[in-house]
Design a protein around this ligand. Structure first.
Ligand code: C5P
Length: 229
């Protein structure tokens, strides 16, 4: 069974997807970590950002492993290294070219094969798993997302103003919405959850309720489909 959670930066997708997965006994896949990992690998090797052929070759040969909430590139655990602002600012070079997305999409499908999984990203319900059993699009206003991010950073001892965060976030949202393939959008059959004014716990409970409702409906459908066939 596949549950997809897509949405813009700072909507809280990772923490919600992780918790929902754990409550349902599903696995969790952070697909942003995969784009971050190949971006980090390109930075290490010093491949030019405009050399798309070399980037495609690198993505093709890269061995990405997602295990126990950690990301490995060619056997190296780089789960912390991928979270720097430098990596974030270069991801578009790997996330934009359709040929690179094809490779990463194939790896995501391979990872999900035979598993019950909650997968989180931008294009999971639209491009990667169009037949997912339940699709959620988690979002909040740009200001609310920036405020949450500022609080999170402050808790980790990093001071940034909401305006600074908002500017960077708007730029990322724009890049994520404009790419030719895999752009950020809700699938036509996704449930859109607008989380302004909700606490993380309220969001978690609402997502769980929606997911359970959808999974029950899809089990009922396939049971009645089975009877009438
Ligand atoms: O989710 P996270 O913020 O770690 O994702 C980093 C970036 O990776 C996103 O801003 C987006 O450009 C890219 N991404 C993507 N498709 C996904 C997941 C992430 O293009 N499924």
């Amino acid at each position: 069974m596949i549950i997809t959670i897509d949405g813009p930066a700072g909507a809280g997708k990772s923490s919600i997807a992780r918790r929902v997965a754990s409550e349902l006994g599903f696995e969790f896949l952070d697909t942003g970590a995969m784009y971050r990992a190949v971006t980090w690998g390109v930075m290490q090797r010093g491949i030019a950002w405009d050399d798309v052929e070399a980037l495609v070759q690198f993505a093709d040969a890269a061995c990405l492993v997602w295990q126990d909430d950690r990301i490995y590139l060619d056997d190296q655990d780089i789960s912390e290294e991928i979270r720097t602002p430098q990596v974030t600012s270069h991801i578009r070079h790997l996330a934009d070219p359709p040929k690179i997305r094809e490779r990463i999409t194939a790896q995501q499908r391979r990872i999900a094969t035979g598993r019950d999984i909650v997968t989180e990203g931008r294009d999971q319900g639209t491009e990667v798993f169009p037949d997912a059993h339940c699709k959620i699009f988690l979002t909040a206003s740009p200001e609310e997302r920036a405020r949450r991010r500022q609080q999170q950073l402050a808790q980790n001892g990093r001071a940034m103003t909401v305006e600074e965060i908002l500017t960077a976030q708007n730029q990322r949202d724009l890049e994520d919405r404009m790419r030719p393939v895999g752009r950020l959008r809700a699938a036509s059959d996704a449930i859109v959850l607008q989380t302004d004014g909700m606490t993380p716990d309220e969001v978690r409970l609402e997502v769980l309720r929606l997911v359970r409702e959808r999974l029950e409906a899809s089990a009922t459908n396939s049971a009645s489909g089975g009877t009438s066939a």
